[in-house]
Design a binder for this molecule. Structure first.
Ligand code: AMP
Ligand code: GLY
Length: 435
């Protein structure tokens, strides 16, 4: 079999690595991939303009692709799944209609209200004066969000009314978030503990992935600016069996039913970003129409079922109710480049990367994200350089979250590049529960 994975981050490296393990797979093509997917056995990077849907279709036909997995949200929101399906290409991901759950916060909010899915109260605005008046009336803390896709950066948790007014001006008046910020959603501030709940959905059946939690803030102690995610771990102890059940019954099942009723069955990964309050009740902070990054890395590390089989079952509407998971915990630490998240650095040489060999420790895996090959080589192996904000995700398995964290930290500390930074406290909430 041949598989095409769209994307070039750590999520795509982890998905490609899992697919390549399947004995029925010849080649996993990754468009456009990174140095990690280039080095991975049975994986090959391809240059494809994924905004050109016909080019993707042509590649699938000429390379005998059995199915496509779409990693990031942009091609989904852009309707790649719809176009591939029209051309009879098997593809795993939601259609453009369903991807609005991530592509438009207003759509997602209206959908949740209409289907009684628990979420924060909100109002949407295009007028700055009206938005500010609403904030003044509601008080702080309050959350201001750009309506469209903003790569995880369009959310401001404002501690004061002044900060909220500033965020409104940035989005509506000063256009700092471009088109994504031409409408804002202003939302009640939720308290509790966050978790990521990701499922595979085939239009009807729901297959929950192992639970996880990521760390969005740049600094230790969950402080500083929001990022795409500085690390993640699985399982997330906050998602007890009781919470798990509530999430399925109050959130996931209503999404599946409502999409089916609207004539647009949901297919693909669905990610609910949750806040779980002190009564163990889950609220949706956001929906993503794809797998999380970096949640994918620890979750894939624990997956024992064949991802290839699961995706095939998903595409044909035959998802099983459960997958097999490693009992151990997995934890991933993101190494970011100089300046991240405000900026990022390219071309810094990375040293100390473990080699991918058959006898290497299979409890630690370094997934690449923003990496590329440099022009030089060392011992016949091309030099790897930074190529973006989030560079690597060092992921380890351990008997518990603490052991996984300690193992991941040892490997992380041995990897070097100019300006590298990472958090040493990934998993701290789970670890303090544990002790
Ligand atoms: P989002 O991109 O919507 O996931 O938001 C990024 C982060 O902002 C979330 O992971 C939360 O930590 C925080 N956040 C977003 N919405 C809310 C809310 N209504 N209440 C509290 N925190 C929020
Ligand atoms: N880790 C958060 C996300 O993938 O959106």
């Amino acid at each position: 079999m041949n598989i095409l994975i769209i994307g070039s981050g750590g999520r795509e490296h982890a998905l490609a690595w899992q697919c390549a393990k399947d004995k029925n797979v010849n080649t996993v093509y990754v468009a456009s991939g990174n140095a990690g997917t280039a080095l991975e056995p049975h994986c090959e990077n391809v240059t494809l303009d994924v905004t050109n849907h016909q080019a993707v279709i042509d590649f699938c036909q000429s390379s005998n692709i059995d199915f496509v997995i779409v990693g990031p949200e942009a091609p989904l929101v852009d309707g790649l799944v719809d176009d591939c399906q029209k051309a009879d290409i098997a593809i795993w991901g939601p259609t453009q209609y369903c991807a609005q759950l991530e592509g438009s916060k207003t759509f997602a909010k209206e959908f949740m209200i209409a289907n009684n899915i628990p979420t924060a109260h909100y109002q949407a605005f295009t007028d700055a004066t009206a938005a500010k008046a609403y904030v003044s009336e509601q008080g702080a803390p309050i959350v201001v969000k750009a309506d469209g896709l903003a790569a995880g950066k369009g959310v401001i948790v404002a501690e004061s009314i002044e900060d909220a007014h500033q965020a409104i001006d940035d989005m509506l008046a000063d256009n700092k978030f471009g088109e994504a910020g031409s409408r804002v959603v202003i939302e009640q501030f939720l308290t509790g503990e966050e978790a990521s709940f990701i499922c595979m959905i085939d239009g009807e059946n729901i297959l929950p992935m192992a639970t996880s939690q990521d760390h969005k803030r740049i600094f230790e102690g969950d402080t500083g600016a929001n990022t795409g995610g500085m690390g993640a771990y699985s399982p997330a102890p906050v998602v007890t069996a009781e919470v798990h059940n509530k999430v399925i019954e109050r959130i996931i099942r209503p999404v599946v039913q409502a999409m089916k009723d609207s004539g647009h069955p949901y297919t693909g990964f669905l990610y609910a970003g949750l806040m779980i309050d002190e009564h163990q009740d889950p609220y949706v902070i956001e929906f993503n129409c794809r797998f999380g990054d970096p949640e994918t890395q620890p979750i894939m590390m624990r997956l024992q079922s064949s991802l290839v089989e699961l995706v095939q079952q998903g595409i044909t509407g035959n998802l099983p109710a459960e997958a097999q998971w490693d009992e151990r915990a997995a934890l991933g630490i993101v190494l970011a480049s100089k300046g991240y998240p405000q900026s990022s650095s390219k071309g810094d040489v990375i040293t100390g990367l473990p080699q991918i060999t058959t006898d290497s420790d299979d409890t630690v895996k370094v997934f690449h994200a923003g990496t590329k090959f440099g022009d030089t080589s060392q011992d016949g192996i091309p030099v790897v350089e930074t190529n973006g904000g989030r560079v690597l995700c060092v992921t380890a398995l351990g008997k518990d979250i603490l052991e996984a964290q300690q193992k991941a930290l040892v490997t992380t500390a041995s990897i070097r590049f100019d300006g590298a930074h990472y958090r040493r406290d990934i998993g701290h909430r789970a670890i303090s529960r544990q002790s």
